[in-house]
Design a protein around this ligand. Structure first.
Ligand SMILES: C[S@@+](CC[C@H](N)C(=O)[O-])C[C@H]1O[C@@H](n2cnc3c(N)ncnc32)[C@H](O)[C@@H]1O
Length: 454
């Protein structure tokens, strides 16, 4: 069938993309449909046509899916595209996705993929929010990008951050209105306010980060006064980001009030978090993820473990407590600095952190004859570099625990390890980001003894 822009098609949403858009097929050609939920019968209008797929917007839901969740949260659902899909179905879909990726990219058909570990109350789980400031007719709007657009819609009352975050946002919104603080406009490079960062900890304390385009933060005294009068706000920063595009935070931070760091906990460990530190966004699920990784690793006091892509060393600390030695490898210097600081804070002295690219550092350690018997990898979405996998095979550890935020690249890497003498033993998906299409997975691979030829 020949499709044209603007054509109207009818069909059923069968799947989600990794971004959480619905997928509808027509004559074996896939259309990505924002807002579509598996099981919806819809009428769509074709908005875009590429060689291998198209996109369409829903004109009408002919028959809603029986798995639609009963809530009205639509305005900022670009952030949480599966919000209207029943949560238990989301967990099933995530498990299925991991299973299909292992089949497709690692030819693993007989491995049991366990049920996704989800949250009992899958709301208000984010302990770090970066809320963009938009421009509506010259006025600042604090909210989120509307699904499929560059419009920012007001967000009064989030289901993602703890209540204290909502109160902070409300206070800032009133200050913006009272003093007519202008939003930054990317196109003209004019205006002031860009983002509001809110970090919260287990004890319901908060760090607020006000991001502006220049050094000028007008009426800052008034803002500090209203914010510091609120219970729980322990730190306020002004961040200056004069770059035209992302990332959210610029390089320069000025502390306006209170503590320079926020203290938080994961399991038994204490973390000291600066405004730009990476820290797991979903604390309670991170604990589950790491405990699963530890169950699979089975650390003992004779073990020497490599924690590759270690970030601020969270997994390294978990391991260090139960092993002889841990080497953490990470290429962001600020993260390894944090990792060292966190190790000290927790009186861990058997963890060493090396700053550098894993694909260079890890093979280099191997060539220097540094030995280890277990490996954890927790790579970014693109998975492990080939050099890292080759070095793992050379090291020949008895266990490899693969923690992944992208099951497709994980399955590709697992395939390499399977082809080189490893067996996949256990697979556990964990839902770190309810209502998004992201799924975290922990895989245990053990050395099957004989190295198969590639
Ligand atoms: C998914 S995070 C894992 C963080 C950490 N394990 C945790 O749970 O907090 C991946 C980490 O790998 C780092 N990274 C990305 N590419 C890298 C590379 N080529 N070499 C070393 N580290 C890298 C990133 O900076 C990030 O901290």
């Amino acid at each position: 069938m020949d499709f044209k822009l603007g054509d109207i098609l009818k069909g059923e949403i069968m799947d989600f993309t990794h971004e959480g858009n619905g997928v509808m097929k027509k004559d074996n050609f896939a259309f990505f449909v924002p807002g579509g939920i598996i099981g919806d019968k819809v009428e769509i209008k074709i908005r875009e046509l590429k060689k291998h797929y198209g996109t369409g917007s829903i004109i009408k839901i002919i028959e809603p899916s029986s798995d639609r969740a009963n809530n009205d949260i639509v305005s900022f659902s670009g952030e949480i595209p599966l919000i209207n899909y029943n949560y238990s179905k989301q967990l099933e879909w995530k498990r299925h996705k991991v299973k299909m990726d292992l089949l497709k990219f690692a030819a693993l058909s007989d491995i049991e993929v366990k049920d996704t570990l989800g949250m009992d109350h899958p709301y208000r789980y984010r302990n770090h929010m970066q809320i963009p400031v938009g421009n509506r007719k010259g006025k600042a709007v604090l909210g989120f990008f509307e699904k499929g657009s560059h419009n920012i819609v007001d967000m009064d009352g989030s289901i993602l951050q703890p209540e204290i975050g909502d109160e902070i946002l409300d206070t800032i919104r009133k200050w913006v209105e009272k003093y007519n603080i202008s939003p930054y406009d990317r196109r003209t490079n004019k205006g002031i306010l860009r983002h509001i960062g809110i970090r919260t900890n287990k004890d319901n304390q908060a760090m607020v980060i006000i991001v502006t385009a220049t050094d000028n933060l007008p009426n800052s005294k008034e803002l500090i006064n209203v914010l510091k009068s609120k219970e729980g706000i322990v730190s306020i920063y002004h961040n200056i980001n004069n770059q035209k595009s992302s990332p959210t935070y610029g390089r320069k931070y000025i502390r306006l009030y209170g503590e320079d760091r926020l203290v938080d906990y994961l399991g038994n460990f204490k973390f000291s978090i600066s405004p730009n530190s990476f820290f797991q966004v979903n604390r309670s699920q991170a604990k589950i993820l790491y405990s699963t990784a530890m169950d699979y690793l089975e650390p003992s006091m004779e073990d020497i473990v490599f924690d590759i892509y270690c970030g601020i060393g969270t997994i390294s600390l978990y391991i260090a407590e139960k092993a002889k030695k841990v080497y953490g490898i990470e290429y962001i210097k600020a993260a390894t600095d944090d990792a060292l600081e966190n190790a000290k804070l927790n009186k861990i002295n058997n963890a060493e952190f090396i700053t550098g690219k894993a694909e260079e550092v890890f093979p280099d350690l191997m060539s220097k004859g540094i030995k280890g018997n277990k490996v954890v990898v927790d790579p970014p979405r693109k998975g492990c570099e080939p050099e890292v996998l080759e070095a793992i095979v050379k090291l020949n550890p008895e266990r490899v625990v693969y923690v992944s935020c992208n099951s497709a690249t994980m399955a590709r890497d697992v395939k390499y390890l399977l082809d080189n003498g490893y067996e996949a033993k256990k697979v556990q998906p964990v839902d770190m980001f309810p209502h998004t299409a992201h799924v975290e997975t922990v895989v245990l691979l053990t050395n099957s003894g004989s190295k198969a030829k590639k």
